[in-house]
Design a protein around this ligand. Sequence first.
Ligand SMILES: C[S@@+](CC[C@H](N)C(=O)[O-])C[C@H]1O[C@@H](n2cnc3c(N)ncnc32)[C@H](O)[C@@H]1O
Length: 273
Amino acid sequence: MSARPDHVPDEPDTMPTTSPRRLAAPQPAGAVRSAGRRGRPSYGLDAPPVVAGYAGLGLLGIVFLILTAVGSAPLLGAGFGFCAVGWGTAALLLHSSLRGKRLLRDRVLDALTWHGDEDIVDLGTGRGLMLLGAAQRAPQGSATGIDLWRSIDQAGSRPGQLLANAAALGVADRVHVVTGDMSAPQLPDACADLVLASLSVHNIHDRAKRRAVIENAARMLRPGGQLAIIDFAKTAEYVADAHGAGLTQVSRSGLTALMWPPVRVVTARKPAS
Ligand SMILES: C[S@@+](CC[C@H](N)C(=O)[O-])C[C@H]1O[C@@H](n2cnc3c(N)ncnc32)[C@H](O)[C@@H]1O
C-alpha cells in the first residue's frame, strides 16, 4: 500500500475522466473550476454555530469579569465559570477540527486493509478529510463523496472545496462528487470496497433514516468490503444496524479523546460470500 498518490495530474482543472470500474457520479457545474488550485488541503471547522455559541459564552464571562472589576455587579464566580466553559470548550472543538480529526483519520485508515485499488464511498464527505485520505491509499481506485453540503455542519462544505482539496493532494482525477442524502444514496449495489462516514450520520435525526444509512452502506459494499464509521453519538445503534444488515466482524472502539466530544469508531465487514 502506498500512502501517496501515484501521480499529480498535469491539468487538475479539467473534468476527471471516468473509468469503467468507477462509479457514475454527476459533477456539479462550477465545482471543477476551483479544483485546479494547488496548495495545502483545508478541512474547515465542524459545527461552526456550536463553536460560536461557546465563544459567545466565553465573551459573556469576560463581560461579567469587567462588570465585577468596575464594581457594577458581583459576578466573579459566574465570570470565571463562563470563561472556563466557553473558551475551554471552544478551544477543544477547534483542536478537534484542525488537528485531532486528522490524527484520528490516519489512525482509522491505517487500521483498515488496503490493496491500493479500492473503490471508496464516503457518506457526508464535507471537505473530504476521510475521502481524500482514503483516495491517497488507493492509487488505482476511485473515491466518491456523497453530501448535502450543509455549512451548518461544516464550514465550507461544498463540492468546489472538496475538489480543490482533491487537486491539492493530486487525486482529483479519481474523485467523484454526488449531491444527495446518505440515507438514500443513488449508487448501485456492490459498487464499493470501502464505505466511510465521519461525524455525519448523527446529523440525521430520524431513526429509520439512520438505519437506512447502514443498510445502504451494506448494500453498496462488495463481498469482503469494509465499513468504518466515526461518530460521537448513536454508535451503539450503528453496531446493531450493522448486525441487522448482515455485516460481520462488527466492532465498536472505546472512546478516543483525540476529539471533543470524544468519538468511537464502528467497523464491520461484508461477508466474503
Ligand atoms: C461534521 S461534517 C463532517 C464532514 C467530513 N465527514 C469530515 O469528517 O470532515 C458533516 C457532513 O455531513 C453532511 N450531511 C449531513 N446530513 C447529511 C445527509 N443526510 N446526507 C448527506 N450528507 C449529510 C453535512 O453536509 C456535512 O458536510
